[in-house]
Design a protein around this ligand. Structure first.
Ligand SMILES: Cc1cc2nc3c(=O)[nH]c(=O)nc-3n(C[C@H](O)[C@H](O)[C@H](O)COP(=O)(O)O)c2cc1C
Length: 447
């Protein structure tokens, strides 16, 4: 049956009778149409100052760093600012991935190829994003991933990361290739939850020294990275001739001329030192290769399990079988990660693995924590990962873009953006607590 409007008034003019004259009157009242029918709000008049005054908000433009950071509403905005402020070699070292960078693109795309399934009419006036991970609290379901050479990206480096994490009440992970020592980070963020990431060597004395220092400095979690038998082919670094520290060549000097703040900071702070090496000069690839040990096996993991008394997490798990196996060997948790796409190109995507890994560990190792990284660029990505079974997530580049955009204040901005995203996404999903997110909140779109 066709509905008419109003339905019960046969006298009402038809749509064509009633609407057409109004449209004409509004659009062409000066052209001989019935101007008296025009609503007052649509009649033209001279602008009055009293109407304009409240609209006029001319302020002195603020080109300061803090204002620029405030203008960034997404992590992508921070990336744009980072790119403008950082010389090409360190920016590309951070932004780039291995080979054709397929893994990184797919990992980011995976978060977009979903649909959220919101619930309505739930009280979401208070959203609680806090959670528990590896025996301790975190105010947000995300922590900072280990990243090497961080003071090369911006001179505040690890200090900015660890202090921003401390202020936000989330864990911070220092890399074996970090450019600040375990002790200095502990002193800079004494009330923070500091974790240490280890590149394990079969040379046990070398590993043992770092483990003992991490324990003495109060780190509650050791994260051993196992996806680095050899270095990935980071082609941008090869093309940029990237070295540690950055060499002064004609190209870098030219680059410096329009990124003076970075160079000024770099040259007026202490030279890069490492968490585990005292000083290094050479190409990134050489340093990385000296850090990685292709002879590692499960026997080394067993040794580590006996040696380290705190929580032990294995980072770089890329299959369901390995997730189960490291839990069998006593790991307290896994990081589903392909190293931000920086190692094997065309690697499995952690977000895709989540449902299966979550089901497998629930069955055999329900206490093992599932942490996910790679590709996170928004708070909604984090919420999607938690809904599909991650207990926690880590961000690498998202915080490094903030760091390069504005040092400590930039990392704070990254965390603020992600927190706001998470708050909003949860409210729109009709969920007020992290523990209430379930796989039913996410539908994976299939092609
Ligand atoms: C510049 C950079 C340096 C990194 N250095 C390390 C490292 O020293 N040790 C490690 O285990 N992972 C390292 N990673 C990998 C991160 O811990 C993390 O797995 C990855 O960044 C997650 O992906 P995302 O950048 O998309 O968040 C590094 C990543 C980046 C971007």
């Amino acid at each position: 049956m066709t509905q008419t409007f109003p339905p019960d008034n046969p006298e009402a003019p038809t749509t064509s009778q009633s609407a057409a004259p109004d449209v004409q009157a509004a659009g062409a009242s000066g052209a001989g149409q019935d101007a008296r029918r025009l609503p007052a709000a649509l009649k033209r008049r001279a602008p009055k100052y009293a109407d304009l005054a409240p609209l006029m908000q001319f302020k002195k433009p603020d080109f300061g760093r803090a204002a620029k950071l405030r203008r960034a509403s997404t992590i992508w905005d921070l990336r744009d600012q980072a790119k403008r402020r950082t010389p090409q070699a360190p920016f590309d070292y951070t932004d780039g991935a291995a080979e054709a960078e397929i893994t990184l693109r797919r990992a980011r795309q995976a978060f977009l190829d979903i649909e959220f399934r919101p619930g309505i009419l739930r009280d979401v006036s208070h959203i609680d994003l806090s959670t528990n991970i590896l025996g301790g609290p975190s105010r947000l379901p995300v922590g900072i991933a280990p990243t090497g050479f961080t003071r090369m990206m911006q001179s505040e480096g690890e200090y900015a990361g660890s202090q921003a994490a401390e202020a936000a009440g989330i864990p911070y992970t220092l890399s074996t290739m970090g450019t600040a020592s375990i002790e200095d980070v502990a002193a800079a963020a004494p009330t923070g939850r500091n974790w240490f990431q280890l590149y394990l060597w079969t040379d046990r004395d070398r590993s043992l020294e770092l483990i003992q220092r991490a324990a003495a400095a109060g780190n509650d979690t050791l994260m051993v990275t196992v996806d680095t038998a050899v270095a990935g082919a980071r082609l941008r670094d090869v093309r940029n001739g990237m070295t540690i520290p950055p060499a002064l060549t004609l190209k870098t000097v030219l680059d410096a001329s329009y990124r003076p703040a970075w160079w000024f900071n770099f040259l007026t702070h202490e030279p890069l030192t490492f968490a585990s090496l005292s000083r290094y000069t050479g190409t990134v690839a050489d340093l990385i290769n000296s850090m990685f040990d292709p002879t590692l096996t499960y026997a080394d993991l067993d040794w580590l399990r006996e040696t380290w008394k705190g929580k032990l997490v294995v980072k770089g798990i890329q299959t369901v079988e390995d997730a189960r196996k490291v839990a069998d060997h006593g790991a307290d948790g896994i990081v589903l990660s392909n190293h931000g796409g920086r190692q094997l190109d065309r690697a499995p995507i952690p977000f895709h693995l989540l449902p299966e890994v979550s089901a497998a560990l629930k069955a055999d190792h329900s206490d093992a924590a599932i942490i996910l990284d790679t590709g996170i660029m928004s708070g909604a990505d984090i919420i999607a990962a938690v809904a599909l079974g991650a207990d926690f997530t880590l961000i690498g580049r998202a915080y490094l873009y903030g760091l390069m955009a504005g040092g400590r204040a930039g990392v704070d901005r990254t965390l603020e953006i992600l927190e706001k995203d998470m708050q909003r996404t949860m409210a729109l999903l009709g969920v007020s607590r992290i523990a209430d997110l379930t796989p039913d909140h996410v539908r994976i779109l299939t092609k």
